[in-house]
Design a protein. Structure first.
Lengths: 213, 169
């Protein structure tokens, strides 16, 4: 009976009328999407190099002041919240607000936020600017949200900075939640109820955010 | 993407368009949303064309994209439209019989849960092997089997399905 039903269902589905494939539109939109992504990757690659250079320079300077909790400017000529002249992509309400980072997923798919940091790691996204706290260091920088329905989200690597307070456990290993690293992997965003999910290029979840307060 | 790859993509998209639109309807979309879903799926395939070409099973790859996009679309209202300079050729609006067919199919599928619809799309409509379907849905093969079995049991009592004869040759 099941096989018979299956054949009938196949016949039923095949009755669904379909117009011709809009191949030209698909190719045009595909090319446009690729160009958008390529531009972002180029910006991201250059930004990564800049971040490495900046962090190296800060480490080399080694001043005690630079280890304080006040935000360290990422570079003297880097735009800041007040000095920037570029206009961020039109912000969509989905990510704006202050968020507690409920979970942080590493590149291997494993959670990397220990229970001891739960509730202490937060992000605030507003008008293209991000601030936050890893529980140890402050982070600050810029993000851009775009895409047809606001599903694309990138934290601009060349605009992202952090203070450099050290945090080691009893064995001397770094125990700071890798918030900054994971934000750099974010390419997409989605929302389910009140929670916001940050995704990597593959749509793997990178972070789960819940509204603060 | 060079001209050869673009031609291969055009052939690929043309061949799968109908199946993807129908899959969208079976998943629960209305006709326009099903076309949007098919477009978004094929645009994603264009962007990842080298991965599609390398895929062990291209149909499974496309099915995975389709199901994932549909699930994301279910979480928030589907708005991922592809702008078009000229409206595509339509068969549907002017053809009353076609509209009746479409509504008949949609009515018959109302008795299924979203999970059962996914199983019907992957196993019956797109004819993916059980293991591939399970991988796409992220569930064990036994779960796909039981979902499909329940779906077919329900559909077996639907008047529109009972009226149908035959299948794909």
């Amino acid at each position: 009976m099941t096989d018979d039903t299956e054949q009938r269902v196949i016949a039923l589905i095949d009755r669904i009328p379909v117009a011709g494939a809009p191949v030209a539109d698909l190719v045009r939109e595909g090319v446009r999407t690729r160009q958008r992504r390529r531009t972002r990757w180029i910006a991201g690659g250059a930004g990564s190099l800049a971040v490495i250079g900046i962090v190296t320079a800060i480490l080399m300077s080694g001043s005690d002041a630079s280890r304080g909790r006040d935000p360290v400017p990422v570079a003297s000529d880097s735009p800041t919240a007040t000095s920037t002249t570029t206009t961020p992509a039109a912000p969509l309400p989905i990510v704006e607000g202050r968020w507690i980072v409920e979970a942080l997923i590493g590149p291997g798919g494993k959670p990397v936020l220990d229970d001891r940091w739960r509730g202490q790691v937060w992000l605030k996204l507003e008008n293209g600017h991000v601030t936050g706290d890893t529980g140890v260091n402050s982070i600050f920088g810029r993000y851009e949200q775009g895409g047809a329905d606001g599903e694309d989200l990138v934290f601009l690597p060349d605009k992202l900075g952090t203070t450099l307070v050290g945090c080691t456990d009893s064995s001397g290993a770094n125990c700071e939640p890798p918030l900054l690293d994971r934000l750099l992997a974010v390419r997409h965003v989605s929302q389910v109820g009140k929670k916001v999910y940050l995704h990597a290029e593959s749509w793997m979840i990178v972070a789960v955010l819940r509204p603060a307060g | 993407m060079d001209e050869t790859a673009r031609a291969a993509y055009a052939e690929f998209a043309t061949a799968r368009w109908g199946a993807l639109v129908r899959a969208g309807v079976v998943l629960g979309c209305d006709h326009h949303a099903a076309e949007d879903l098919a477009q978004a799926t094929l645009v994603r395939c264009f962007v990842k064309w080298s991965q599609v070409e390398r895929a062990h099973d291209r149909d499974a790859y496309v099915a995975r994209v389709l199901v994932n996009l549909h699930r994301q679309g279910r979480r928030r209202r589907w708005r991922d439209e592809v702008p078009s300079e000229a409206p595509p050729e339509r068969l549907v609006e002017s053809d009353a019989a076609a509209v009746d067919d479409l509504e008949g199919v949609r009515r018959a599928l109302l008795c299924l849960t979203p999970e059962q619809r996914e199983a019907v799309v992957l196993r019956v409509h797109l004819q993916l092997p059980e293991r591939e379907a399970a991988a796409v849905l992220g569930v064990p093969p036994g779960t796909v089997k039981s979902r499909l079995s329940r779906a077919l049991s329900r559909l077996a009592t639907e008047p529109t399905v009972i009226e149908m004869r035959g299948g794909r040759q």
